[in-house]
Ligand binder design. Structure first.
Ligand code: RIB
Length: 291
């Protein structure tokens, strides 16, 4: 099974701070780094590091070539990515002393997709392939419609959550990846099991993975609910933990043919390792480390 991530890539400018800056406040950081990120690129890296065959279609400026090269070094096929006029997306990330983060995005090339470009990318895929989507690119409704027409399975992580999510053809989604905040935005409920109960009513055909931070993760698939407690590592930086989780989970289910229970464990372990390191894409472990 092949995976297509048609998604974002960002230059992550990360500031390590004692606390997330407050309104009107100026603070000094303890460290600064410039690394590869973007939810799409991170999920592609996670799938590839987990051993899956993955294609990444991103849109960036000349200043983003190094991110594509890094993805290639992990085994991601980036030949369908586009270098356009607009500069590469950027993120300003603050990571506090407990590893929690706060992010401001500049979309850059991520929101410059044209319909003909997306159609060209999709023309290489069909039944049996999985498209892995997040909410950092434009044309998401169009992409979902066309992917569905081609018979692809659709995975959606509706992050960052905004008002436009409600307008997407969400009934096409095969796998939702949600944290509790996204779960609440979609369902109006704020905790397990109510979020999953409501998701079952709203999207009876869909499978759902709900990550709950320190409280672990749940999956709802074919009428059953599964739970995995966190695999605990010292937390350094939580940026990209969800991206690591979804990439590893999808690879485990579809590439390795593992059960939902095993896939939850594998994904929890991978994201546990990722949060024990600095950065987003760089921090994602290879499958040899997770095993
Ligand atoms: O999920 C983490 C990612 O969100 C970061 O890498 C940042 O670029 C933003 O897209």
């Amino acid at each position: 099974m092949r995976f297509l991530v048609l998604g974002s890539m960002n230059i992550d400018n990360t500031f390590s701070v004692n606390h997330i800056v407050r309104e009107g406040e100026t603070i000094s950081s303890n460290d600064y780094s410039r690394r590869a990120g973007g939810k799409g690129a991170n999920q592609a890296a996670s799938l590839a590091k987990a051993g899956a065959e993955v294609f990444f279609a991103g849109k960036c400026g000349d200043d983003g070539r190094w991110i594509l090269s890094l993805l290639e070094s992990y085994g991601v096929d980036t030949s369908l990515s586009i270098i356009g006029e607009e500069s590469t997306g950027a993120a300003m990330i603050q990571v506090d002393s407990s590893g929690q983060n706060s992010i401001v995005l500049y979309a850059g090339g991520n929101r410059q997709w044209r319909e003909d470009e997306a159609l060209f990318v999709l023309s290489h895929f069909g039944k049996g392939d999985v498209i892995v989507l997040q909410n950092e690119v434009n044309l998401l409704s169009f992409i979902m419609e066309k992917a569905k027409e081609r018979g692809m399975l659709i995975s959606l992580n509706p992050s960052p959550f905004d008002d436009e999510i409600a307008d997407l053809p969400l009934s096409y989604v095969d796998w939702f990846f949600l944290n509790e905040i996204e779960g609440e935005c979609l369902t109006g409920e704020n905790r397990f099991p109510l979020i999953l109960d409501e998701m079952r009513k709203l999207f009876p055909e869909a499978s759902v993975v709900l990550t709950c931070g320190k409280s672990g993760a749940y999956a709802m698939h074919e009428g059953n609910v599964y739970y995995q407690e966190i695999v605990d590592y010292p937390v350094v930086d939580t940026t990209g933990a969800g991206d690591t989780f979804s990439g590893y989970f999808l690879s485990s289910i579809y590439n390795n043919g593992k059960s939902v229970e095993d896939s939850l464990f594998y994904a929890s372990k991978a994201s546990g390792i990722a949060v024990s390191r600095n950065g987003a894409m760089d921090a994602i472990p290879f499958s040899s480390e997770v095993m």
